[in-house]
Design a protein around this ligand. Structure first.
Ligand code: ZN
Length: 439
């Protein structure tokens, strides 16, 4: 999965009819800054209202995915969003002068062409990828979806409608820009004739035609060009899922396994994932670790250099990086606390907090770096002798960034004293005076 946020290099436009209204629509994509996210803007309305594609703003999902806030809606957002998901575009302004994007040929191909025309611009910000740690399961009508943990986005989809002309189709794909472009984006919208008759009769798909959908009537496939893949339909279902899960609001790394998916089931799945996200990995607060303002008197240490100094190893290495070393007196370390820490499994299931004694251990390790990095102590180990005035002030949870500040006191022979403070988001979570010997 991409680690850095992305936008596009230059504005691009695409026009065509909307499937819902049948009238002409103009769509313009514009680059957006880091952490802006994807926003739709209705430029045809007073005040140019903005709508964020987020599950909070979910509207109708009967045949397509609609989003809306304060009475302003946008229909059929899924194919545009799928394209942005496929290429990992995080920040974009999408201007529309109607209530839906132009449908094109019913696939994502026109939007892929837009991406090519615009160019992709990598950005400085880190992507906050959501990696669910437990299984999620939803069922809506005949549709079913299960999500299992995975370090990349993968979709396995089966469709089977028990109708003639539409055999069961199955496809499992890891989603990368290249696979999206070649395997998924060309797959067109399809509809069963009996299902859409109502929509046609009621003028709900004024723009619908064989120009932008494949129609299945009994044994016959009606389309303006032959099928683009033998299993084009299951590919289009994967396209829709990719678009619908953008409403999660964060990039997803997980394996989605689904049978007969539809927009309602995709939305239910996204909601369930959003709830889990809230519980497991609250969105990180904007917070910059106290990086040294002045040039450090000595370079900070990355993990590789740390491993040369400290004898500790997983799961007992409790510092990821040294941010700053000031002479022999002061040192600041950093530990990213993630849900993957082994101690969270039992401390406590359903209510993960970092054990306070491990924060003490982290202080000792950071202090140890200061002691053990000097040539005369190389290869030695620092043993804890005592801890005084220990105070635990706030719980440390998954997603927190622990900043460990240690000030060395007097060192006599092989015994050293230090005062340690652990902070999260600038607030003290624990403090102690520790004493250890270097052996
Ligand atoms: Zn679709």
């Amino acid at each position: 999965m991409l680690k850095q946020q992305q936008t596009i290099k230059r504005p691009v436009s695409f026009s065509g009819i909307g499937i819902h209204t049948g009238s002409m629509v103009n769509m313009t994509w514009k680059p957006a800054p880091v952490d802006h996210g994807i926003k739709f803007v209705r430029v045809d309305l007073d005040g140019k209202p903005e709508i964020e594609p987020n599950i909070r703003n979910l509207g109708d999902t009967t045949r397509w995915t609609t989003i809306g806030t304060n009475g302003t809606v946008i229909h059929t957002v899924e194919h545009v969003l799928a394209t942005l998901n496929g290429y990992g575009i995080d920040n974009l302004i999408i201007e529309l002068d109607a209530s839906e994007p132009p449908v094109g040929d019913g696939s994502a191909r026109p939007y892929v062409n837009l991406i090519k025309e615009a160019g992709i611009q990598p950005q400085e910000g880190k992507r906050e990828i959501f990696r669910p740690q437990e299984m999620v399961h939803v069922e809506v009508g005949d549709s079913l979806a299960v999500v299992v943990p995975s370090d990349q986005l993968r979709i396995s989809c089966t469709i089977h409608y028990g109708k003639t002309g539409l055999d069961a189709q199955f496809l499992s794909l890891a989603i990368e820009p290249e696979t999206f472009e070649t395997q998924i984006s060309p797959a067109r919208t399809f509809a069963l004739y009996e299902e859409i008759q109502y929509l046609v009769d009621h003028g709900l798909i004024k723009g619908g035609s064989l120009e932008n959908a494949v129609l299945i009537r009994n044994e016959t496939i009606l389309a303006t060009e032959p099928l683009r893949f033998r299993d084009e339909f299951v590919r289009h279902k994967i396209l829709d899922i990719l678009g619908d899960i953008v409403l999660l609001g964060r990039p997803l790394a997980a394996h989605i396994i689904t049978i007969r998916p539809g927009h309602s089931c995709n939305a239910a799945l996204t909601k369930a994932l959003a709830n889990l996200m809230e519980k497991e990995q609250p969105a990180p607060v904007a917070f910059a670790p106290p990086m040294p303002a002045e040039t450090p008197s000595e370079p900070a240490m990355d993990i590789m250099r740390l491993l040369n100094v400290l004898p500790h190893r997983y799961p007992f290495l409790l510092v990821d990086r040294i941010l700053k070393i000031e002479g022999e007196e002061k040192i600041i370390g950093l530990k990213n606390v993630t849900i993957n820490e082994p101690f969270f499994q039992g401390h406590f299931p359903g209510h993960p907090i970092m054990p306070g004694v491990l924060q003490l251990e982290a202080m000792a390790q950071v202090a140890g770096v200061l002691m053990l990095r000097s040539g005369e102590n190389a290869g030695k180990v620092a043993y804890f002798m005592s801890a005084n005035n220990v105070k635990w002030r706030k719980p440390v949870r998954p997603g927190d960034q622990l900043i460990i500040e240690v000030e060395m006191g007097r060192a006599r022979a092989r015994i050293a004293k230090a005062k340690g403070v652990c902070k999260v988001a600038g607030e003290v979570v624990s403090e102690a005076e520790v004493m250890f010997s270097v052996v």
